[in-house]
Design a protein around this ligand. Structure first.
Ligand code: MEV
Length: 315
């Protein structure tokens, strides 16, 4: 999704253009606010290939989106949001009835940068809608109803992003199968650098579909398998991330800024760096150790200012 300028309040269409999946929210009629919260993610390896049935590995990050729903008279409306996207009302209309609900969305996640802001929104919204019905959303509900929201934003999502957001931790995922937690024997530390230039996932995925780079997608899928095996054994995966970036470049989803960021972070000591997410902008990640982290962060911040984070998982 992309973070455009601030439009006027978002009203829900009375007749949503998107079909509802799963149970339709039944208003409780009671006062109060119903809240759902979910994390963003980074993809370690496997983006784009995962759309075609290859495996991908991703991990949740400590940046969250929170959705709050409350009863209000008249039409449902997004009253307050950190996430601005023309598709927001249609996406939420898969969950929220056209009348009687006020929505507020707060998010730590930068939008349109490959950190799963739409997926976190989807899962947080499903959780809030279930709370409004006096229930706790199961993983299956988050997956099914989250997928309907992700489809509005991304057209043909693999399901990876909102699966990770709903499960938390590190996961290995293949489309059509239930994701499994990934065993990571030695902690992984990533520097995440955001170019600040948003990419559009739907556009990137459509571009790859049109170019049909079968050999590269097959190789990216093979990298995911090797990375999963090596993470379980506590072996380094840096060179695999490096190769993944240049394959993503060949399939047309990198940019000059992302290439430069990866080169700079590797020159500063990262074991491997790659774009992460759909590309066309957004973030690059670099695998670091306690010894190399400061130098890599410094190299990244020379290119992207303070849009540098760190993420850990496993161990
Ligand atoms: C986007 O975060 C990941 C992609 O593989 C798309 C998808 O899995 O739906 C590019």
């Amino acid at each position: 999704m992309s973070g455009a300028g601030r439009p006027p309040p978002v009203r829900f269409p009375r007749d949503p253009a998107v079909s509802r999946t799963g149970p339709v929210a039944v208003p409780t009629g009671g006062p109060g606010t119903h809240e759902g919260r979910a994390p963003g993610k980074v993809i370690l390896v496997g983006e784009h290939a995962v759309v075609y049935g290859y495996r991908a590995i991703a991990a949740a990050v400590d940046l969250f989106t929170t959705v709050r729903l409350h009863e209000r008279p008249g039409r449902s409306e997004v009253e307050d949001t950190d996430i601005w996207d023309a598709r927001l009302a249609d996406a939420l209309a898969t969950l929220v009835p056209p009348e009687g609900v006020g929505v507020s969305i707060s998010s730590d996640l930068p939008t349109g940068c490959g950190m799963g802001s739409s997926a976190a929104l989807a899962v947080a919204a499903v959780r809030a809608a279930a709370r409004r019905e006096g229930r706790v959303a199961s993983f299956e509900e988050c997956f099914e109803r989250g997928m309907a929201i992700e489809r509005v934003f991304h057209g043909n999502p693999s399901g990876l992003d909102h699966t990770v957001s709903a499960m938390g931790g590190a996961v290995i995922y293949r489309r059509g199968e239930r994701a499994t937690p990934l065993r990571v024997a030695t902690p992984i530390r990533l520097v995440v650098a955001n170019t600040g230039a948003p990419g559009d996932t739907a556009e990137m995925v459509a571009g790859v579909r049109d170019r049909k780079p079968e050999v590269e997608l097959l190789r990216i899928g093979a990298l995911s398998e090797m990375v999963a095996a090596r993470l379980a054994l506590g072996r380094s995966v840096g060179p695999f991330l490096h190769e993944a970036h240049w394959l993503l470049r060949r399939i047309g989803v990198s940019t000059r800024e992302l290439d430069e960021l990866c080169r700079a972070m590797e020159a500063a000591g990262a074991e491997g760096a790659k774009l992460a997410g759909a590309g066309g902008g957004g973030i690059a990640i670099a695998l670091v150790t306690p010894e190399t982290e400061d130098a890599v962060r410094h190299a990244a911040s020379r290119l992207v200012d303070d849009r540098v984070y760190a993420v850990s998982f496993g161990g």
